[in-house]
Design a protein around this ligand. Sequence first.
Ligand code: F0G
Length: 454
Amino acid sequence: ENIPLELHKVRVVQKLHLVPIERRLKALEEGGFNTFRLTTKDVFLDMLTDSGTNAMSDNQIAAMMQADDAYAGSQSFFKLQKAVEDVLGKKYFLPVHQGRAAENILCHAYIRKGNLIPMNYHFTTTMAHITQYGGRVTELLYDEGFNVDSDYPFKGNMHIEKLEETIKTHGAENIPFIRVEASTNLIGGQPFSIQNLREVRAIADKYNIRLVLDASLLGENAYLIHLREEEFKNCSLGEIIKTMTDLADIVYFSARKLSSSRGGGICTNDHEIYRELEPLIPLFEGFLTYGGISVREIEAMAVGLYETLDETMIRQSPDFIAYLVKSLDDHGVPMVKPAGVLGAHVNAMEICKHIPQNEYPAGALAAALFLVSGIRGMERGTLSNQRDEDGNETLANMELVRLAVPRRVFTLSQIKYVVDRMTWLYENRELIGGLRFVYEPPVLRFFMGGLEPV
Ligand code: F0G
């Protein structure tokens, strides 16, 4: 057996509770069958997300004790600015309170009504901000990106011919930026290759369009490039990361993922871009040397960015995910393949074939898994989609339940428990029924929406 081996020891722990199934059913009813609305006292293994839940290191915690509290000119900020320059290779850095705040600022600065933003694939908050400012998203993956059961190593690649076609059809003047997302989240944490990013860069240059990189899951994308892209198999993570960021005009990230703390940021080497974005930080976030983040978290971010270069840290989660995907696949459970990053992705479209997409098969599977196990996953399918301009449901390309594996949080025996329970549920899948909304919020409905069994 190929056992993933941790190169860390656990020195601070938190107690978990496995409550009886009767309580779990009650919790589901109270939470509108929406795993976002469960509370952690009812949850055994919290696989909702890796956002802000990755384990922090002893060095991060230690750094938090030495933070420099100041409204303006905090030394903690300068440490972070240096870390951004050292790790991401960008000298201008704007801090924001989390990833979506960076999206708000970029969209506020650059998107005008009717603009189109080409990208490999959307993320929920990205799409919401773009449409909020009157823009539209077009997703340009290759067909392999949508094929859940595949051995294609770079499903996050952007379709180069379609990108050029899109620019010709819509006009470069209506495209303020092209966005590429590292470890493309919603298609199963799937990477792009550097070869592909170079081709995107060439198109951006040809038509003089800014290239924006969402680097929230950059370290993991770099790790998979190291494993899968021949040219980079002998390169360090640091070299791969710099190669990626060098190709983008603007890099932004959620530090709740990259660096495993809180906060986020936007960075660039272009002084004009910096000047365009700078005034928006005090308007939306806070002064330029804290950006809505506590100075303690800024210290942790700085240390975390350097730790992203450590392969023993970055690989722990992808290696556990690969183990989880392989084990479930061996038991016949339909999984997104190849294994990606941030979580294992269960193919609810296949498992819940008996549930129509407008009854949210992935939402139903996530609720059922919680009921039979206390494991909290996240729906990533039609329920997470937003309605179109006319209020119609937009059916997702994929119906996934994401079982996030935050870095250095779970043990292998807990992962084996997931395999056992998910396999049982798969074997008894006809018990799962669809859901419908009883309360549907107008924006990002999946967060606080309430549902009931159909
Ligand atoms: N971009 C990507 C690729 C993300 O995965 C996220 C967050 C964001 C932007 C927004 O960052 O949450 O700090 O505002 N992803 C989390 C998740 C929420 O669970 O996948 P944020």
